[in-house]
Structures are given as C-alpha cells and as structure tokens.
Design a protein around this ligand. Structure first.
Ligand code: NAD
Ligand code: WQD
Length: 385
C-alpha cells in the first residue's frame, strides 16, 4: 500500500456523511460481497489505519466509481461528493458490495463552499481527485454557461477549500479534447492545445488555472490526467458507464443496439483518412484508467511532483473495429448504417502513452475484447435491474 498521507489540517471527526451500511452480508444488489469478481477482499477500511482519506468529487460517476474501487483496493480510504446529476442513486450501494465496506457519500454540489468546508472539517483529506464536471461536448455547444459554471466554478471552489484546509494534492480529470485536432500522431503531452467546443474550452481553462495555482505556491502537487476514450465496466458488472440521459459516446450507443433499444449504429462517416474510413480512437478500459489514478496519486505522495500525462493505450481502433469487438461480446453481428460525419469530429486521436509509462510505470493492460465484454456484462445486468 502507498505510504501514509500527512493529515490535512482540520479536525478529524467521524463525518456525518451519509453512511450506506451494507445490509447484512448481502449488501445492495443481493450479492454476497466476497462472491463479487474484483472484490477488494478487504472487509475493513484499511485506509483509516494509514490516516489518509482521498476526496473523490463526482465519485459516483463512471470513472470516479471505478477509481473509488481501485483506491480502496490499494488501501486508501476515500469519501465521495456527488450531486448525482449523472449517476444512479444506488451506485454507493454497489460500491459497498464490491469493496465490502461502508461508503461515505456527501450528496451535494462541488460548487457549494460550505459543504466543501464541512467535508474537509469532518475528514482528514490528504488529497482530492476531481471528477465532478459536465462532459458532453455536443451539449456544451447549447449550454456553454452551464459548462463554464460547473467545470470552472467547481474547480475553483474545490481549490479554495483545499487551500483553506491545508490540502495541496490534487488529481484533475482532463481530456484528450484539449488537443483539438492533433497535428502529430500519436499525440504527446507536448502537442499544442486547443478546443473545438465549450466543453473542450473548460478543460483547457481548468488546466491553465491549475498551472497558475501550482506556480503560485510550492505546496501544490497537481496531476493533470488526459484521458482518451474510456470504455468498459468493472469485473463485477455492478458498475459501468451508465449515462442518465441521452448517450454521447460510441460504446453506450453500441450497447443500446445490442439491447435492442436502437435498430442500428449510425457510423458517423466512412470516408475518413483511416484504414477503413471510420474514425479511430484510443479506447482504454476504465479499470486501467482507474489504476492510472492510483499510480498518479502515489507519485504525488511519494515525490510531490506535479505532472501532466496522457492515459491511453497508444493503440487506435476504428468505429467498425469496435462494433466488431462488441458483436463478438454479444455473440451476434450488430447492424450499422453509414451516417454523415458529426460536427467537430476528427479522423484519428491516439495517445502517446510513453510519459505515463516512464514517470508512473503505468501501462494499459486490457484489450478491446475485454472492454466490450465487460461493458456488455454490465448493461445486460443493468437491464435486469
Ligand atoms: P460522469 O458524468 O459519469 O461523472 C461525473 C460525476 O460528477 C457524476 O456522478 C455527476 O453526478 C457528478 N457531478 C456533475 N456535476 C456535479 C456538481 N456540480 N457537483 C457534484 N457532482 C457533480 O462522467 P465521467 O465519464 O466519469 O467523467 C469524469 C471526469 O472525467 C469528468 O471531469 C470528465 O470531463 C472527464 N473525462 C471523461 C471522459 C469520458 O469519455 N468519460 C474522457 C475524458 C475526460
Ligand atoms: C468515438 C468515435 C465518432 C458515436 C468524446 C468527447 C471527448 C471525451 C471522449 C470527455 C468517433 C464515432 C460515435 C456514434 C459513431 N469525453 N461515433 N457513432 O468523440 O472521441 O470523444 O468522448 O472528455 O471530449 O469529445 O468519443 O465516443 O463520441 O466517438 O460513429 O453513435 O465513434 O465519430 O469517431 P470522441 P465518441
């Protein structure tokens, strides 16, 4: 397990956070925790023993929930702040089944300064991982002010609360979207940054805010993680990508075809300059992505070194290749139709993952078949409630 985090200033009182005790041995979902694949194997909260707690804003969301599991498995204690605007209310119950331990959740808005102050007062927060944001590129074009308010306002409120509490370790969820249309492939972290929509603007602006804050005070240790295309679900099939409204990304759309909710996948263009004419992206299993967060946090703890790294595989797959992989997972060919290109799309975006490997020792391990099989297992189970 990672070395203990020095305790942040602030009283250590058992929080009044909502506790979601596991009901008996068969917690939410009627499953025996120990029988759950990917179960952390720890029935107790070992993080307390190390006197460290990690605050996950947006921790009930897709990537945050998987990172919560990875943190617990690595021996960290963690607490979640989420307003559940894009997460099902039963995610904490599912996390309790996977981890075999109670999950502390504060339900509220990351922009709420009083709530943040309470969280830091009630928990010895040694680091924060900031997932909470609005993330739909298309929606951001219609609602730029909402995206600026949540994504920039949320980060600012968190940074102020951290500074007040004497907590200076932050992992930030950035995105390959800050590369705009990359001129060099695979994309290194040194590539020029830009944005193609208000969402991308907010991610770039957040990175620049963090650069300014980090330069202002040497106590800050900030990790900026640029995710490429996270897909897949936890081995337990209890948590996964579960958009609460209209899906925005490829795999949730393919999943809807597989479930019979959608007749066919619309392939946005088959005339791109790629090997089969369809868009190529760097898909990374969400469990690999979560593990990357634990390794990045470990680097902050061990060295205090701020860092910006790509989290991707370095391997690109086309839309048709992903559709074929999902078809293999489902066991039948999933139909598609060729549709016009989507506004703002680019032909190919693939990460150069070498810096994360050199700095953190992080390498993605899971392939597209495992990504699709885990996604299908999750959506199949969710269909059954
Ligand atoms: P998600 O929507 O599943 O998770 C975000 C969580 O934050 C949700 O649980 C939501 O309820 C919560 N949230 C939103 N606004 C909030 C607010 N004001 N206060 C408190 N909680 C709030 O999204 P995700 O895919 O898990 O993404 C997590 C982070 O990673 C985001 O910052 C996103 O921009 C970034 N990211 C995602 C992807 C991707 O493809 N999923 C790629 C790159 C970067
Ligand atoms: C992948 C490929 C589409 C849907 C987006 C955001 C980015 C980040 C990750 C947050 C593309 C094609 C898709 C469909 C299709 N999110 N496609 N039919 O566009 O790489 O990135 O999610 O940070 O900011 O922009 O991911 O999953 O939307 O698309 O043909 O119904 O699938 O054209 O080539 P994208 P995506």
């Amino acid at each position: 397990p990672p070395p203990p985090l020095p305790l942040a200033r602030g009283r250590r009182r058992r929080g009044r956070a909502g506790r979601r005790g596991i009901s008996g041995g068969t917690g939410g979902g009627g499953v025996d925790p120990a029988a759950v694949p990917g179960h952390s194997g720890r029935g107790t909260r070992t993080g307390d023993a190390m006197g460290q707690t990690v605050l996950l804003t947006g921790g009930a969301g897709y990537i945050g929930s998987h990172t919560f599991v990875a943190l617990r498995a690595a021996g960290h204690d963690a607490v979640i702040l989420d307003n559940f605007s894009n997460a099902r209310g039963d995610v904490p119950d599912r996390l309790e089944v996977i981890t075999g331990a109670p999950v502390r959740v504060y339900r509220g808005d990351v922009r709420d300064a009083a709530l943040l102050a309470r969280i830091f007062a009630e928990n010895a927060i040694g680091a924060a991982i900031h997932f909470a944001a609005l993330k739909a590129a298309g929606e951001s074009v219609e609602k730029p002010l909402d995206y600026i308010d949540v994504n920039l306002g949320g980060l600012t409120a968190l940074l102020k609360a951290m500074r007040e509490a004497g907590c200076f370790r932050l992992v930030f969820s950035s995105s390959a979207t800050v590369y705009g249309t990359p001129e060099v492939l695979p994309v290194p972290e040194t590539a020029p940054r830009g944005y193609a929509n208000p969402y991308g603007f907010t991610k770039l602006a957040c990175e620049q805010i963090l650069e300014q804050v980090g330069a202002s005070d040497p106590r800050w240790a900030i990790a900026t993680l640029r995710y490429f295309n996270p897909v897949g679900a936890h081995a337990s099939a209890l948590i996964g990508e579960d958009p609460q409204d209209f899906p925005n990304n490829l795999v949730p759309f393919v999943a809807e075809v597989a479930l019979g909710k959608r007749a066919a996948l619309n392939v946005f263009g088959d005339d791109w300059p790629t090997r089969d004419g369809t868009g190529v992206r760097d898909y990374i299993h969400v469990e690999d992505l979560a593990r990357g967060h634990v390794m990045s946090l470990g680097h902050l703890i061990a060295t205090g070194q701020s860092h910006t790294v790509n989290l991707g595989t370095g391997r690109g797959y086309s839309v048709l290749e992903m559709l074929a992989a999902y078809s293999r997972a489902v066991g039948r060919e999933l139909p598609h139709v060729v549709a016009p290109r989507r506004a703002g799309d680019v032909a190919e975006v693939v990460a150069d993952p070498s810096k994360a490997a050199a700095l953190l020792g992080f390498r993605a391990e899971k392939g597209v078949d495992e990504m699709c099989a885990s996604s299908w297992a999750f959506v199949s189970r969710r269909r059954n409630g």
